[in-house]
Design a protein around this ligand. Sequence first.
Ligand SMILES: Cc1cc2nc3c(=O)[nH]c(=O)nc-3n(C[C@H](O)[C@H](O)[C@H](O)COP(=O)(O)O)c2cc1C
Length: 345
Amino acid sequence: MSISTPTSETSKSAKYPVSIAPMMDCTDRHYRFMMRFLTRKTLLYTEMVTTGAILFGDKPRHLDFSKEELPLALQLGGDDPKALAQCAGLAQQWGYTEVNINVGCPSDRVKNGQFGATLMARPERVAECVEAMKAEVDIPVTVKHRIGIDDLDRYGDMHNFVSVVSQANCDRFSVHARKAWLQGLSPKQNRNVPPLRYDDVYRLKREFPELEVEINGGIKQLDEFEQHLEHVDAVMIGRAAYDNPTLFAAVDKRFFGAEQNHPSLVNTRRELVEAMFPYIDSMLTTDAWLSRVTRHLHGLFSGMKGTRSWKRFMAENSYGPDAGLDTLKRALDVVPEATLDAPFE
Ligand SMILES: Cc1cc2nc3c(=O)[nH]c(=O)nc-3n(C[C@H](O)[C@H](O)[C@H](O)COP(=O)(O)O)c2cc1C
C-alpha cells in the first residue's frame, strides 16, 4: 500500500465511488442480478462485448438486461470511432447508465483486432473514439485502461495517454494499476505478474484533479477501499467481488451514504439464495440451465463452514437439463444451519 499524502483535491462527490469490474464469463446478467440483493448502488459492468458482435450479431442477446441490474455500464471492445458511436447509441437506447471502452485487455483476440490494451499506444485514436461516442449519446462515456504496456510503461506515458484522451471529455478513467505485457504473458498472468503501482494512479489524480479517476487491481477488503478513496475518486473491484460477493453487503451504507439498506437487500446467505428462486425459476423456463445462474453462487460460503460441501454438491448436481430449483433447495441442506443464517459482516 502506498504512503503518498492524500490529495485535498480528491473529489468526494463521485456518483459511483465503488464499482464491480467487467469480467468475461463472470459479470453476466445472472451474476449482476444476484449482486443486486447485496448492493443497489454499486456501478456494475457487463462483460466486454465487441462492436462487431453487437452490430452484426444478435443485439438483444448481447444487450438485454433486467432493470434491477441498473446502474449498469456496457463495456465495448473496438477501435473504430463510427462503430463505437453506433454501439454507444444502442447502449443509450437500451437503457444503460454508461458506456465504457476497453483499453486494458491483453488477450490475443483483442490484440489481433488492434483494440483493448494495444490502444494504450494510440491515445489519439482513443480520443477520437470517445469524441465520436460523446457526440452520439448523453450518457457518460468512460475508459478502462492500464498503467502502460510493454516498454510504454513510464508514468509519463500514462500521463500522456490521459492528457490526450481527456481532451475528448472522457467522463472517467478507470486504471488497472499494473502494466500489461502484450507478448509472453497470458491474460491471467497479466492480472497477477506485473507489480501493482498504486502510486502512479494517485499521482494521476493529483496531476489531473478535475478528472474522475478510479483505481483498480488487487483490492480485496473494505478497509482498502477506504484507503484508496483518500487518493482517488472511486475503486473498481474485480476478482474479490466474484470470489467473495457478500463483501458488497456493507457497501451501500459505508460508501454511498445510504442510511439504511434498501428493503430488497438480504442479510444472510440463505436469504440470498432464496431471493434468487423466482428469478431462477423464470430463467429455467427460458434459456438457462440451473448452472448458468448458480455457478455465480459457488463463492457464497467462502471461508465458512460447509463451503466445500456446498461447492461439491453444486458441482455434482447443478449441471444438466434436469437440475432445477429442487436441486438448489437440496444444496442448502448440505450447509450448516449456522452458516446459512449467519448475517453478513
Ligand atoms: C475472469 C476475468 C475476466 C475479465 N474480463 C475483463 C473484461 O471483459 N474487460 C475488462 O476490461 N477487464 C476484464 N478483466 C480485468 C478486470 O476487469 C480487472 O481489471 C482485473 O481483474 C484487476 O482487478 P482485480 O484485481 O480487482 O481483479 C477480467 C478479469 C478476470 C479475472
